[in-house]
Write a protein that binds this ligand. Sequence first.
Ligand SMILES: [Zn+2]
Ligand SMILES: [Zn+2]
Length: 653
Amino acid sequence: MPKYTKKASRESRSTPYAIEFLLLQVMGNGTALCRVLMDPRVDPNLVDEDGDTPLFIAANLGNDRYVELLLGDPRVDPNITNEKNGATPLNAAANQGRNRCLELLLADPRVDPNLADEDGRTSLCMAAGLGEDRCVELLLGDPRVDPNLTNEKNGATPLYAAAAEGKDRCVELLLGDPRVDPNMTGEDGNTPLYIAANLGKDRCVELLLGDPRVDPSITNEKKGATPLNVAANQGRNRCLELLLADPRVDPNLADEDGRTPLCMAAGLGQDRCLKILLADARVNPNQADEDGRTPLNGAANRGKDRCVELLLADPRVDPNLASEDGRTPLNAAATQGKDRCVELLLADPRVDPNLAGEDGRTPLCMAAGLGRCLELLLADRRVDPNLADEDGRTPLCMAAFVGEDRYVELLLADPRVNPNQADDSGRTPLNGAATRGEDRCLKILLADERVDVCCADNNGQTPLVAASIQLLRSIDRVGATDGKDPTRCFVLMLKSRRIPIQNLAHSIAYLRHFMPNRRDVTVAEAGGAPLTQQQKAARLVVPVLEAQFKGERRWCAYCLKLTPDANLDLCGGCKQVGYCQQYVLEEMAGPDQTPCHVKHWKDGHRKECARFQEEEEERKGKQAEAGAEGGGGGGSGGGGKKKIGNCKKGRRR
Ligand SMILES: [Zn+2]
Ligand SMILES: [Zn+2]
């Protein structure tokens, strides 16, 4: 008689009574099987190519009769595992829900009912996870079965497996067994209740909560979250309801990050959960997380409109509570550009729209680069548009300094905005734009009559000087054709016709300090010590300003280039603006070779020119009336205010 082997070897397959033959018989009829089994030469434990023994196949297919017959043979080893997945016949029966086979196998004292397959699952784990109620019942009925034996791979108990898969009846059966520990966690640190709440298995949650042994306050070992936390986090409305209905559940318990269930629901936009939580009188609607962020703050920060709406509708919610960095919900929404939240918050009369963060920035400040939010805030009469941050910067300063021309425009359109309010360094929006080379903002500011073009900062720099200094820093980019020529701000200042003659003189005096002397230039040209950046810039700018002072133009009114060495042809009509001459034409007029004056004429100077001429006539008329002489500067005055550098700065509150 052949010896039993735990695992059949390959050679044994070549016996005359090969397993394929045996299996054929198993599939055939009982009588044939009996005959085969009676043959002493037959090894009833041989496996087929899939690694299955006859008993395994019979159990797997639910062939009760053959399982019975095979178990009746003392030579049959009922614990031989499948070579491929390590499953025993009992595992196979549990896995397939073969109740009768399972019963027969359990009735055999040789069967070990706690053996696990290669995935570490015991028969009870399998049956529970698959919802094979009767199998679970049978297995629990066997005193040898350990109902808390965990899956070796993920540490899940049978109860955990049933709860995770929402197998209600199995959960019920397992809970009915006094040996089952209903609070055992898997390797993920989750209890069965936690995983059921996480995955929204409502009925399982209900069953688990119905067991007095289940502790609903056990937190996830890794994240410190309670089942209620995770239900809120995942938007499991019904689970949340069930958990809240349990008097043992504390609805304000926070996870490791200090987030309560309400915080989570609000931050993730779980509207329905939020509503359920707010309806519970025990829930503290203002409890903040470890960043000091209340549920409203979190919802506003993430743009969860509906949650913001629901929270604002609760009279217990304080809508002005700020987080650690001092941001109120409105400030957070404005910072993130969450328009609808800004709108909702502004609609609440309790909200203070001027509360600033730790950096002193109000919601309007934060929204300075965010179109729709800015519009909404400006539309609110309570909002003070001139409130500055800790550096004294107003929203207009910020927008101008960073080149947000559209917002400069929006802010200037508001009559409450002070266009000249300077920051702590004395820099007005215009000065800041000139300093940073933000030519588009500068252009918009210069077009506003209220903007003071002469206001100097704490270092005595006027916008014109600031534009020149800016040139010093980026002298290498002069002549750039990508529209970012650093001379643009400087030229725009001159082109505005708003620089008074005194301011011009002051700028020339200031910048002359940087002019290199003749020796320096000779040395540099001979290949000696090169000129400094400042010297280079002064050589570029001072001749232009000096020419301006004399009524000449060394900047082109169309392409905004400087020609420091040559006076340009003036417009024949107004004699106020100059255009590139022939020798620079090729380089500057563009591929179509249209001269700058032709382009500018079509581009708007036609209208401007008539106005300039009228103004000039008026000026001459007035001078004639007064009988006074015209002064040295000719056309450069252009009607600007006569003051230098020490204008009144806006007060910071
Ligand atoms: Zn030009
Ligand atoms: Zn003209």
